[in-house]
Design a protein around this ligand. Structure first.
Ligand code: GLA
Ligand code: ZN
Length: 681
């Protein structure tokens, strides 16, 4: 077995489904040959292979997989072995229908598609444990085994009786007494107070679905259930292969709205504590028709940085596509050169891999047109195959960077609870809450300036950051409030905004309005929050310039803070819209209104200067060119990436070496369309 930490290469390869090709031995032979030609060193196998590993209950057929392990090992490759719980065999559902999920209307699923099992079912858990144990026993000592890939893209919820029972147990553990549930969820509203635990059902459109605290707890419960199921999966794996790291692939979402943000359904901040390495599946809409390439790159960078920050350690891109995707409304091919650029961006932001879904394109069903290294033409001459192979050979040349870390002085807080609560709550503008999207707007200023940013949860440490950005932190517990207070009073710079600190952990509005600790940090009190329709605007005057305000204007009173900007219209004309407060030895800024990016850029400029956050490598950062830094053993590695089709000139402040060509570079450097240069100091 190779030890992951000793693996000196970036991982390059991806999901391999030989189980779809068992009737075509010539294809399987060719795969192994072609992998070497494509400079692939890692394959993920077994993701949906349960049917082929255990064709009937208790009958195991590993021979086909033995062969894959051996063949991959022969050419020096690694195997990431998946546990197959993402898709179960027919016999399992037929004999034990309880393993199928029940929806919120109480309808039981039948066998089909994938990712739809019950997390509570004792039989499913036991069957998963058995197959995982068999896999660990069989391959635990195989020299090609690099890592475990647990299940696939965990998601979804189940409402069966087992899950109901677990839900009630979870609540008992959290609240102790039923009366505490009634209080935490304010069940006196509409008079649905519980008098017996058995009345506390999961939320359902046919029953209770209007209690916000309940919804929030249901989301938390589902995160815990998913983690609990995962912990059951890894039990035999930890016993048999304690040194082999485990991961599970996280996701991003939002394509239909042209967004690209981490998946909202599971609290990955919590989940990340239980995996050895964070990994995720990255499918941005490259070369789309609704935004610039650099804009797509910024969004993709944001998600990478968020997954980096969960452990502040290198992560893996477990899936990405070498060409087009299949599941969006429009699935465009990446333009020539985009594969190189978009994949290098993964490495630049802290990934130690570029893995694909998938190695070989499937012939049928849902994903038959999803891009793959080997297309339906089975050709080594096509553009995609060649670009993948070229990328693999470049990765080999920069392998000294593998394992390198990052150093950020700026952090943005993203809080899953706040996001769930903001999405659920009534009032204000329902479609304009846009919490992660708003964080991305703040992020974009730093991305444009090539300043590294971590995106952390409120549970993580704040002290290592010079600037902490926490807009719209809607739900706050006392711990977070006191962490923020300590952070600022001991010298930190904090920014927050409208929609911050409004509710407690169960989504109940704070009695008496805004918590007094927050009033002290920001030196203000809150009066009202005005909602604007999408075609309504206000404006704000800041340092002599006017900026548009959209969606939200918070009306505030200044108690201590210094006014930096004021509203220009409405009944709150001339009242403060942006303020700054000295608190202890730090500074706290409050943006009462939502602005566009132009304001954020001008607003952050002096803060960036004052805190010496500017990128030290380049002189005049621009949006189209991204510079990201990874650090290893005191050496800084710079990725210069041109996210535009124009040639871009960059002026360097330092003398650097191109690690691929050994060329020494000083001063000006020209980047061609989509070009990436990897330099070191
Ligand atoms: C996800 C899944 C894969 C595949 C790809 C492509 O990331 O994990 O199995 O479905 O999407 O759509
Ligand atoms: Zn269930």
């Amino acid at each position: 077995m190779v030890h992951f930490d000793l693996e000196k290469r970036f991982l390059h390869g991806g999901d391999y489904n030989p189980d779809q090709w068992l009737d075509y031995p010539e294809i399987l032979n060719e795969d192994i040959e072609m992998m070497q030609e494509a400079n692939v060193n890692t394959v993920t196998v077994g993701v949906f292979s349960w049917w082929a590993l255990e064709p009937s209950e208790g009958e195991f057929t590993f021979e086909w997989l033995d062969r894959i392990f051996d063949d991959v090992h022969k050419f020096g490759g690694n195997v990431i072995l998946a546990t197959p719980s993402g898709g179960r065999p027919q016999w399992l559902s037929q004999k034990y229908p309880e393993v199928n999920r029940t929806n919120s209307l109480g309808q039981k699923h039948t066998q089909g598609f994938r990712h739809n099992h019950c997390y509570s079912s004792p039989i499913y858990r036991e069957k998963v444990r058995i197959i995982n144990q068999k896999l660990a026993e069989r391959y635990g000592n195989h020299p090609a085994l690099l890592m475990w890939h647990i299940s696939n893209e965990y998601s979804g919820e189940c409402y069966c009786d087992y899950c109901k029972e677990n839900w009630q147990q979870w609540l008992k553990k959290k609240y102790g007494e039923l009366e505490e549930v009634n209080k935490a969820w304010l069940m006196s509203f509409w008079g649905n107070k519980y008098t017996d635990w058995s009345q506390v059902l999961p939320p359902s459109p046919l029953g209770e679905h209007k209690v916000h605290g309940m919804d929030l707890d249901w989301k938390r419960f589902n995160t815990d259930m998913t983690i609990n199921f995962y912990l059951n999966e890894i039990k035999p794996i930890r016993q048999i292969t304690p040194d082999v790291p485990v991961t599970t692939n996280f996701m991003a979402e939002g394509h239909e709205q042209h967004d690209f943000i981490p998946l909202e359904g599971i609290d990955y901040g919590k989940f990340a504590k239980y995996v050895d390495i964070v990994s995720w599946d990255s499918y941005p809409d490259w070369n789309n028709n609704y935004e610039s390439i650099a804009e797509t790159a910024m969004k993709s960078a944001y998600v990478h940085d968020q997954y980096w920050s969960l452990k502040q350690k290198p992560f893996l891109v477990m899936e990405s596509t070498p060409s087009e995707v299949n599941g969006h409304q429009f699935n465009k091919s990446k333009r020539p050169g985009m594969h190189m650029l978009s994949s290098m961006q993964q490495i630049a932001h802290g990934s130690d891999s570029t893995l694909y879904f998938q190695w070989r394109q499937s012939r049928g069903n849902s994903e038959k047109f999803h891009g793959a290294v080997v297309g339906h033409d089975n050709s080594r001459e096509n553009r995609v195959f060649k670009e993948v192979s070229e990328y693999g050979s470049r990765l080999e040349k920069i392998s000294e960077i593998k394992g390198a870390t990052k150093d950020s002085k700026v952090a943005i807080i993203f809080d899953w609870d706040s996001n769930w609560a903001l999405k659920r709550g009534g009032g204000f503008g329902r479609p304009t809450r846009q919490y992660p999207q708003t964080l991305q707007e703040h992020y974009s200023v730093f991305w444009e300036n090539d300043i590294a940013v971590d995106i952390i949860t409120s549970e993580q440490e704040f002290d290592q950051y010079d600037l902490l950005i926490a807009p719209m932190l809607y739900l706050m517990d006392e711990k977070t409030i006191s962490k923020l207070s300590n952070y600022v009073s001991s010298g930190g710079t904090l920014l927050s905004s409208y929609f911050t600190g409004i509710v407690n952990e169960t989504d109940l509005v704070n009695i008496g309005g805004w918590p007094s600790e927050l009033q002290e940090i920001f030196g203000i009190s809150l009066k009202e929050l005005d909602t604007l329709y999408p075609d309504e605007f206000n404006s704000l005057k800041f340092q002599g310039k006017q900026y548009q305000i959209k969606d939200y204007s918070g009306i505030i009173d200044v108690t201590q803070a210094e006014v930096m900007g004021t509203y220009q219209a409405e009944f709150y004309k001339n009242t403060p819209a942006v303020v700054k407060n000295s608190f202890g030895s730090g500074q706290a800024y409050y943006l009462a209104a939502r602005t566009n990016r132009d304001f954020l850029k001008d607003f952050y400029k002096p803060i960036i200067e004052k805190l010496y956050l500017a990128n030290s490598l380049i002189n005049e950062p621009k949006f189209e060119v991204s510079v990201q830094t990874r650090i290893k053993e005191g050496v800084s590695y710079y990725f210069l990436m041109n996210f535009s089709t124009d040639t871009q000139e960059v002026v360097l402040n330092k003398t650097v070496v191109d690690i691929e060509s050994s060329e020494i570079i000083e001063g000006k450097i020209l980047l061609n369309s989509y070009e990436v240069r990897v330099l070191k100091e």
